[in-house]
Design a protein around this ligand. Sequence first.
Ligand SMILES: Cc1ncc(COP(=O)(O)O)c(C=O)c1O
Length: 405
Amino acid sequence: MTISKQQHFIDKELDFGPDNYKPIPVVLSKAKGVWVWDVDNNKYLDMMSAYSAVSHGHSHPELLKVLHEQSSRLALTSRAFYTDTLGSFLETITSLSNFDMALPMNSGAEAVETAIKEARRWGYRSKNIKSGKAEIIVADGNFHGRTTTIISFSSSPNSKEDFGPLTPGFISVEFGSAKAIGEMINDNTAAVLIEPIQGEGGIIVPPENYLPEVRELCTKNNVLMILDEVQSGLGRTGKMFAFEHSNIQPDGLILGKALGGGFMPVSCFLSSSEVMQWLTPGSHGSTFGGNPLAAAIGKRALELLEEESLIENSRVLGEYFKNALIEMKSEIILDVRGKGLWIGVEIDSNYISGKELSNLLLKKGILSKETHETVIRFAPPLVITKNEIDWAINIIKETLKNISS
Ligand SMILES: Cc1ncc(COP(=O)(O)O)c(C=O)c1O
């Protein structure tokens, strides 16, 4: 590997763009399935999947076909017109998730913003909350995106410092405690907005009774239960939606990432027609949201999750991978958690930091990334095979052994 070739691209990014990511030092130039290659043609197993956005694997041939066909026919119109692709995408996604309606956006953050606006309108117009008083209860340690309103209720000082004035109307309580939510619900509460499993917070799985209890509280108090499944949704946890593990149905659902099939930014907010009725013409929108290319890709991406048994693969291989990590019995591993192919490994920072470990794994051909300082995330594309996981397990095992000896 010629460092200088990689360094050339790294320097260019840093010379002309702000350093707001601190990427792992590798310069990628091509990918196929679960594998990616750097500019020096070194091959890596992708255990990051673009923060779970590449669940279908890189350049899925079926989605590539849709991309070519749709973009050569009709790619972008804006929502100033109807198209022959959007309705069918909305029909597919609403019937899969059991919601009446979906409003398409592009990024996850935009869909979260959509959910917040909808919840507030519903609060004022359906629940008769006094003007300007609507409250939304969120969870400590959340991650819902980077807009000014969303960072207003982030618990991470670095995400919000000197970006104010921030948006009021959010109350943050302990994640995993329905009791904490119950104590803050009042007549002004429009919604509870939480992740079913906190992803960027460190892959934190709440107690089993959490979502059912929140569901009960929301129903009892006429509060919308909105789940952000931008990362946990669409098969990542071994079910189509993470809320299915708890046998509940939320009132609102936010999806993104894998909805774009690894090609496009596609997101949406789903809810009942009672909630959606308040979005009247001109009240909300996005130039690119629901464009024909995004709708065609989104629809096929949803179909492929079931056609190719990607959800089942996530469930079975996720369990296998998680057990293998536990069975390593490494003194460096403090905890292994997650569901499906979405695994967080908490490591003992007395041995090594998350960043150092992901750099070591990079040298051995595995792309991973720490979340917080001490958690390594393993979230490969859902098309991964058992053999490929076995290959990764051996490398992880050997790397941990070398560190502790
Ligand atoms: C749960 C959750 N919500 C929202 C977002 C924001 O999505 P985007 O980066 O597409 O705006 C993320 C991104 O990681 C996420 O994990």
